[in-house]
Design a protein around this ligand. Structure first.
Ligand code: ZN
Ligand code: ZN
Length: 87
């Protein structure tokens, strides 16, 4: 599988340059902000946004895959449940 990461300006047919990677869009009031890779055409300034895929990592405890930098929801839930009900 060879996935091309080239972004081409529809007008100039030149390669867009990555300006900001995983730029957090919107207000910091939102907990879940949209992250976008911002590409700019060096010739005409045309800007294209591409939804940034969050990098994923596997939880070392339970193996659940979750976005890097976030706590594992399964383990967080398990901690709460263990405290109340045991196992
Ligand atoms: Zn262009
Ligand atoms: Zn976990």
């Amino acid at each position: 599988m060879s996935e091309t990461t080239q972004k081409i300006c529809p007008r100039c047919k030149v390669e867009l340059e990555l300006c900001r990677k995983s730029y957090a869009m919107g207000s910091s009031m939102f907990e879940e902000r949209i992250h976008a890779d911002i590409y700019v055409c060096p010739q005409c300034g045309h800007v294209e946004l591409f939804a940034a895929r969050p990098e994923m990592e596997a939880c070392p405890k339970c193996g659940t895959v979750h976005p890097v930098g976030q706590k594992c929801a399964i383990c967080a839930l398990g901690t709460v449940l263990d405290g109340k009900y045991g196992r």
